[in-house]
Design a protein. Structure first.
Length: 246
């Protein structure tokens, strides 16, 4: 960690003592003290900018990733937050996010601002120190979009996105992102996948799952991922290369 910093990120290997869900490596971000500004130990994804960036990712989009979070909920105030994912349909980082605040999942920058909770009652505490699967369905329909999130296959949140018009995913990041008052946290990410669907989802009772049979097949949930599997595979490889190089 650079001198004077209170947060950093790296890639950890299987056998290092850190949790790795599959394969040989996973992302790790950590915070060791408070900061005068937000903690941002994460890599970012930009699309559609030409050069070496991947093409803009067409909506509707599904993003599945696994997160392993370790923090002390008792040391956090009700206003402290730790972000799990960030997405935007523009190049200005005008984005919507998914975070853990006051021990529970919530959106930010949607309508309603923190999203509408649609999960089981009472609302569960977000699990610590184990792998949790997060799936986000994102539909950018020009001036109005909508977002849905599942936790381990269970529908949890919905919200509308109205801040910027657009039809593609242009900016995203995963990894540890938290307000500066957070003094201690560890986060791991693994198996991040993003893919485009051939049509919008209408049945949100079932979590959309990644293509099962390579680039020739569909996905669990009834909507084909035609033409998107190759894009998702390339994106996973590109993100992993950028992590390893950082």
């Amino acid at each position: 960690m650079p001198a004077g910093s209170t947060s950093a990120w790296t890639i950890v290997s299987r056998g290092s003592g850190h949790p790795v869900r599959s394969g040989d490596r996973a992302y790790r971000g950590w915070v060791t003290g408070a900061s005068s500004s937000s903690h941002r130990p994460y890599p970012g994804l930009s699309t559609g900018d030409g050069g070496s960036t991947p093409p803009a990712i067409a909506s509707p989009i599904v993003n599945t990733f696994w997160v392993w979070l370790d923090t002390d909920y008792n040391a956090l105030s009700p206003s402290d937050w730790i972000s799990l994912g960030t997405w935007g349909n523009n190049t200005d980082w005008i984005v919507h996010t998914l975070s853990v605040r006051d021990r529970r999942l919530e959106f930010a920058h949607t309508v309603p601002f923190a999203g509408q909770y649609i999960g089981p009652q009472p609302m569960p505490t977000f699990p610590l120190r184990r792998w949790v699967r997060i799936t986000a369905y994102i539909e950018y329909n020009g001036s109005i979009g909508n977002v849905r999130v599942w936790q381990d296959g269970v529908p949890m949140l919905r919200g509308d996105w109205t801040q910027r018009p657009g039809t593609t995913l242009r900016r995203a990041h995963w990894g540890l992102y938290a307000n500066g008052a957070v003094r201690s946290a560890n986060m791991y990410n693994d198996d991040v996948s993003v893919w485009t669907l051939s049509e919008r989802i209408t049945d949100f009772s079932r979590e959309p799952r990644p293509p099962q049979t390579g680039c020739g097949g569909g996905y669990e949930g009834g909507v084909a991922a035609t033409g998107a599997c190759a894009m998702a595979t390339g994106l996973r490889r590109r993100v992993r290369r950028s992590r390893a190089a950082a």
